[in-house]
Design a protein around this ligand. Structure first.
Ligand code: HEC
Length: 267
């Protein structure tokens, strides 16, 4: 049912001419229809991938521990990022997926990280990480963000994330806060999240991973960090790096209590 609706919605998007106001309204109405979210196709494929044996160890990811024990998916995303004793690091969903692909399946991390995101301009298939991330995150839909903060490294990550958020650097001397510190700011038609407005941060963070209509694919929070680093004209931020996780931890903590609503759908 959902898949059929998803296809109908995709066709509707494809048939839309250049956007006038009427189209924008129609577009927003379509975006509000959750069941029509094409991301359910990514989720279905993510589940297959999760259960498929792969890599030199010919293992699936079903024993992956996202913090609530091996194989426990329900609610796990709601408590990420968090400290993991086996890696000795604070990890978000995506860096944890990398750990499981390496540890359980014996795969080469450099090989996976060579292409974490699909390139919509080349009409590429979604990457494994994109499909897996939305599959796992969706299992926490309806739950509230409740990132653990007791471990010293969790506290450190939050502090680093905050410092990075305000750090101005690069050619433009931008910080994240330059664009995300006030309500009512926008770039073209995109309204910009205001990190001081808890409700805004909750609704933003709750809806990632999200189907990006303009990209024709599912995008993840790591991709958003990468994309905003590009907006700041900074070098690419390394996928799953401690810096990326710290920024995500900082924003997730600010979204504490927000109800997860994955998959999102955004312009
Ligand atoms: C030059 C302005 C600019 C800077 C600086 C910037 N961003 Fe963004 N950010 C944007 C824009 C524009 C969007 C919305 C993109 C869209 O909808 O197409 C966005 C979107 C986001 C979102 C998702 C919002 C949503 O509606 O889902 C997050 C989270 C985010 N930025 C975090 C950051 C972080 C963290 C930094 C610093 C590393 C940062 N941004 C720096 C412009 C910026």
């Amino acid at each position: 049912m959902r898949l059929k609706l998803a296809c109908t919605a995709l066709l509707a998007f494809a048939q839309m001419p250049a956007f006038g106001q009427a189209n924008v309204d129609e577009y927003r109405a379509l975006l509000a229809d959750k069941d029509a979210n094409p991301a359910f196709l990514w989720i279905a494929r993510g589940e297959e991938l999760f259960k498929r044996k792969a890599g030199p160890k010919n293992a699936s990811l079903e024993r992956c521990d996202f913090g609530l024990g091996p194989g426990v998916l329900k609610g796990a995303y709601a408590q990420l990022p968090r400290y993991f004793a086996d890696t000795g690091r604070v990890q978000d969903l995506e860096s944890r997926l990398l750990t499981c692909m390496v540890e359980l399946q014996g795969r080469d991390i450099a090989e996976i990280k060579r292409k974490p995101y699909s390139d919509q301009r080349r009409n590429e298939n979604p990457t494994e990480l994109e499909m897996l991330a939305v599959f796992v995150a969706e299992k926490s839909t309806g739950m509230r963000f409740a990132m653990p903060t007791a471990h010293p490294l969790e506290q450190e990550s939050l502090k680093v994330g905050e410092a990075l958020f305000y750090r101005r650097w690069g050619l433009m001397d931008f910080s994240c806060s330059t664009c995300h510190n006030e309500s009512g700011k926008r770039i073209r038609l995109q309204s910009l999240m205001n990190k001081n407005d808890v409700k805004d941060v909750q609704s933003v963070m709750a809806t990632w991973p999200t189907y990006r209509v303009s990209h024709g694919t599912v995008r993840t929070m790591q991709h958003r960090m990468w994309d905003c680093h590009w907006q700041m004209r900074l070098p690419d931020i390394d996928y799953g790096s401690p810096a990326s996780v710290a920024l995500i931890a900082y924003l997730t903590r600010r979204a504490e209590g927000g109800v997860i609503d994955v998959p999102g759908i955004k312009r």
